[in-house]
Ligand binder design. Structure first.
Ligand code: SAM
Length: 260
């Protein structure tokens, strides 16, 4: 797996993300997007790995709404701590576990998960082929990879501006190439679907909410400076979504039954 160059996620803006995306989410769409990612897959009683679990929002939905037993992995110790608190507050500590990891091969046993779930994370990982190979390794035969991601298609001035304002680094790619890389890693039944127009519309609404009904509340839960910097970030984000340079979508694949 390649470098993440420090994904750039910090605690201080989480309370605003709770307002915009839902409690514990730092990826677009909140709970509704989890529903979309896992649609049609029975997770009840399944062992799920959530790579890049962030503040734990997705992990907790997978456990509470879908009955999965989930291990969330993330690079950021403060986010892992927060996730554990969120799990405890939700009474879900027996269904979820959070582990802080280093970038690189996953510290997870071979063939130990039914589902590998990831949302908004692979864009930060340069060597996706190694990541997909590692995902295949940790899945049981016929295990499923389910994911959502957003990714720049180019490193244009506007994309660089958004990443600078957001303090994030994403590696350019496209969904077709995600699918090709998954197949190269050994996945079968690879499927993907573009969600760019959905998030293009949604991010415009999010900005309108931040500048409207959420304006005062966003400063209350953090500070005026943080709220204003998030609004600047959302302006820059909307530029690259409207131009089509920042895209997003879903991907799925299955580990072949005969694979070890
Ligand atoms: C956009 S956030 C998404 C968080 C969460 N999946 C959600 O839906 O709210 C990306 C997360 O991926 C984590 N991350 C980035 N690279 C990673 C890696 N190589 N291994 C594990 N986590 C990583 C970041 O620390 C951050 O918490």
């Amino acid at each position: 797996m390649g470098d993440t160059e420090g994904a750039g996620y910090e605690l201080d803006y989480i309370p605003i993300m709770d307002l915009v995306w839902g409690k514990g989410f730092i990826a677009p769409g909140g709970e509704g997007n989890v529903d979309h990612i896992v649609k049609g897959v029975d997770l009840n009683g399944k062992r799920v790995l959530d790579l890049g679990s962030g503040a734990g929002g997705g992990t907790l939905v997978l456990a509470s709404k879908y009955g999965a037993n989930v291990v969330g992995l993330d690079l950021e110790a403060p986010l892992i701590e927060l996730s554990r608190e969120n799990a405890s507050d939700a009474g879900l500590s027996d269904k979820v576990e959070f582990r802080c990891i280093e970038p690189g091969p996953l510290p997870v046993e071979d063939a130990s998960f039914d589902v590998f779930y990831t949302s908004g994370v692979l864009c930060h990982i340069e060597d996706r082929l190694s990541l997909f190979r590692d995902a295949l390794r940790v899945l049981k035969p016929e295990g499923i990879l389910l994911g959502y991601d957003w990714f720049p298609t180019t490193l244009s001035d506007d994309i660089n501006n958004w990443m600078n304002v957001a303090g994030l680094h994403l590696y350019p790619d496209n969904l077709e190439n995600y699918a090709k890389t998954m197949r190269e890693a050994g996945f079968e039944n690879v499927y993907y679907s573009d969600a760019s127009s959905w998030y293009q519309k949604r991010a415009a609404q999010e900005l309108a909410e931040l500048e409207g009904p959420l304006f005062e509340k966003a400063a209350e839960v953090t500070s005026e400076e943080m709220r204003d910097s998030i609004i600047d970030e959302w302006h820059a984000l909307n530029v690259v979504l409207q131009s089509g340079e920042l895209r997003s979508g879903y991907f799925q694949g299955r580990k072949p039954p005969e694979a070890i």
